[in-house]
Design a protein around this ligand. Structure first.
Ligand SMILES: [Zn+2]
Length: 460
């Protein structure tokens, strides 16, 4: 007879996203791990969750979030970020390194991980920062401390006094260290390749941005100041460096048709390149600005309908493999300022899964969505052995979604500190019902006692 097992769980009756496609099977969980996917009898003492009529999906891994923690507690922190993540079916967030102090060394990463430990409701990983002065030893230290990989913000300077990354085209300020450039990437790429970790770039060519800089009085100014060529040029140059060094290069927040074309060209030529885009680039275009307002002020900008359609097509064809959010909240007050003064960024983590399911369903295959938000992100982040798949041995990060109940994005349901998002007012035909992190409920009912923990990549 089977022994009753503590915290054993069976999710029954749902349609499960398995590696072999959608299946009507039960998912058994014990000790936070999936133990079987099939039609085995439930172990004695297991609690049962009836998911009849529901989808059972792997928890999403959002590889691009900004917790603002530490640094900007009025905008967000790990508690509110991960509450929003859990509510939306995101069970792992990978946080960008431009918190304060910026995550440019092992000690900073360790303190940030410790700070998140007491607050996070879902698991979290941390990106390390590439500065123009970063040394191979610093990369090594960050990797040993658990960095998922490294982020280089082309054109973003580093404030020596404030230990902060900031967008600046004026570099005469002696406090600002020169931003990382293609030289930095070429110098460090072989070391990053040796560590087996990915290099993520914010791909906008600074020389082009400098040439087109202007006061941002209107949405047209924003588009004019950050033309798509800047993205295409940066991708082509970085891909050349990736090809030469073998480093796995990942393009964050791809926003344009020319950027996609440059990436396609590089991939055809054999560059080890992966692409991510975000829901705001897939659902919006410049014509929506009148309706959405400053919530749509985002870098790089949401561009024309042609760009949006090209990105949707790139996702459909599998050239773009990852949807992440670039979740970048501010306060609603800051975002309510005049266009020129409103800071750039929008929250997004909570609507990642439902918007992706909607898009995939409109493409005719709803089961593409878990690949974009869970499987492919797990591979990028080096978590492919433990997360992103519903199969025995994997973490029981599971999301139960009702495919018959639509969700309307509105401030009242948002758990981030910034309640107004770029997708405000949109309706998606799915509702996240229950979310399990390593077998414990983190959203949709009485929460279990589980706390988020640091995830570390398997180094390749
Ligand atoms: Zn970002």
């Amino acid at each position: 007879m089977t022994e009753p097992r503590a915290n054993a769980l069976v999710i029954t009756g749902g349609t499960v996203h398995t590696p072999d496609g959608p299946r009507q099977v039960d998912v058994h969980v014990a000790g936070g791990v999936i133990t079987s996917v099939g039609n085995d009898p439930a172990p004695v003492g297991a609690s049962t969750v009836d998911a009849t009529g529901m989808y059972v999906l792997p928890g999403a891994i959002d590889v691009h979030v900004h917790s603002r923690d530490p640094g900007f507690p009025q905008k967000e922190d790990f508690a509110t970020l991960t509450a929003a993540a859990a509510a939306g079916g995101v069970t792992t967030v990978i946080d960008m390194p431009n918190t304060v102090p910026a995550v440019d060394a092992a000690g900073v990463l360790e303190s940030k991980a410790a700070l998140a430990r007491g607050k996070a409701r879902v698991d979290y990983g941390l990106w390390g920062l590439v500065r123009s002065t970063t040394t191979p030893d610093e990369l090594e230290g960050l990797a040993a401390a658990g960095a998922i990989g490294f982020k280089a913000y082309l054109g973003y300077a580093f404030s020596l006094g404030h230990k902060q990354v900031q967008y600046s085209l004026k570099l005469e300020d002696p406090d600002l260290e020169a931003p990382p450039d293609y030289g930095t990437l070429a110098r460090l790429a072989p070391d990053i390749a040796r560590l087996g970790l990915p290099l993520v770039i914010h791909a906008e060519d600074p020389a082009i941005l400098r040439a087109f800089a202007r006061p941002l009085e209107s949405y047209a100014d924003l588009l004019g100041s950050r033309p798509a060529e800047a993205e295409a040029v940066a991708i082509a140059a970085a891909a050349e460096i990736a090809g030469a060094s073998g480093v796995r290069l990942h393009v964050a927040h791809l926003s344009s048709a020319p950027g996609l074309a440059a990436a396609q060209e590089a991939i055809r030529a054999g560059a080890p390149l992966s692409l991510e885009t975000c829901p705001h680039y897939l659902w919006l275009c410049d014509e929506d600005f009148g309706r959405v307002g400053t919530a749509m002020k985002i870098f790089p900008p949401v561009r024309g309908a042609r760009d949006r359609d090209a990105l949707v097509d790139g996702l459909r064809k599998g050239t773009i493999t990852i949807v992440a959010t670039d979740h970048a909240p501010h306060t609603d007050e800051e975002k309510a300022a005049a266009f020129a003064d409103a800071p750039a960024g929008s929250p997004g983590v909570q609507t990642l899964y439902i918007s992706s399911l909607e898009l995939a369903s409109r493409m005719g295959d709803v089961w593409l969505a878990p690949r974009w938000v869970s499987e492919a992100p797990a591979a990028l982040a080096g978590l492919q052995g433990s997360k992103g798949t519903i199969a025995p041995g994997y973490d029981a990060d599971l999301v139960i979604v009702d495919p018959t109940q639509p969700t309307r994005v509105r401030p009242e349901i948002m758990r981030s500190k910034q309640r107004h998002s770029a997708l405000d007012g949109m309706e998606f035909g799915f509702t996240v019902r229950e979310v399990y992190l390593r077998g414990s409920l983190v959203a949709g009912g009485r929460r279990g006692r589980v706390a988020g923990r640091l995830v570390r990549p398997a180094r390749r």
